[in-house]
Design a protein around this ligand. Structure first.
Ligand SMILES: [Fe+2]
Ligand SMILES: [Fe+2]
Length: 221
């Protein structure tokens, strides 16, 4: 079986992620480079393990998560397609099982808001992990001085902690975040993240869990 470690070492994949980081920095979006993809891969593996996936499926989740944003350097709007098309020849070159490749390509494509249509539990896990990465460390240094000009930077910067927890007793997947309300009022969070929270709810339901949201220790969902 192909592992995430093999994927991480592939020079072409490293080059795609470096190029994406560069593109995103120059265009001033929140971070989508090594920090984001490593974190989303880790969160995906944790969630997959907690909801009871096999070791093989945990690996597939983490690989799809690691590859999900690699195509941003070609263009932001359809990056979920570019990411999956770029991954295909590399996964074939590594002689990954054709069915595993198919599952990964679907999960990569399904993560973006233009095409969220969930047909596998692996895609559901990747969506939850990706959408839960809201954090101060995603805001480029250059943007910190201009937080007033961009709501995405402002809200990300205000989030000092975020954690995706699986509660198997209550069958809930809960996003727990801490927001510094001196930087943004909670309303601003909902202004830009209500749609994301709906995606998380759909993905959690696909896994037969309820989605929960706790902000500053207050249960909101
Ligand atoms: Fe993305
Ligand atoms: Fe992402």
């Amino acid at each position: 079986m192909i592992t995430l470690d093999q994927i991480k070492k592939h020079p072409q994949i490293q080059a795609f992620i470096r190029a994406t980081d560069n593109f995103i920095q120059q265009w001033g979006f929140t971070e989508h480079g090594f920090r984001h993809v490593n974190l989303v891969a880790d969160i995906s593996r944790n969630v997959a393990r907690e909801v009871g996936f096999s070791k093989e499926d945990q690996e597939l989740c983490s690989i799809a998560a690691y590859l999900h944003d690699t195509g941003n350097f070609i263009g932001r709007t359809w990056h979920h397609y570019w990411s999956s098309l770029l991954a295909y020849p590399i996964l074939r070159e590594l002689k990954m099982d054709p069915n595993d490749i198919t599952v990964i390509l679907n999960a990569i494509t399904a993560h973006d808001k233009h095409d969220i249509k969930i047909v596998t539990k692996i895609a559901a896990v990747v969506i939850l992990a990706d959408k839960s990465d809201v954090h101060r460390s995603r805001v480029p240094k250059a943007d910190i001085a201009h937080l007033d000009q961009d709501i995405h930077s402002r809200v990300n910067y205000a989030v000092t902690k975020s954690f995706l927890e699986v509660d198997n007793k209550q069958k809930r997947i809960i996003l727990k975040i801490t927001i510094d309300t001196k930087i943004v009022p909670l309303m601003e969070y909902f202004e830009i993240f209500t749609e994301r929270m709906e995606f998380c709810r759909t993905a959690a339901e696909y896994l037969e869990y309820k989605f929960g949201l706790v902000i500053n220790q207050t249960e909101l969902l």
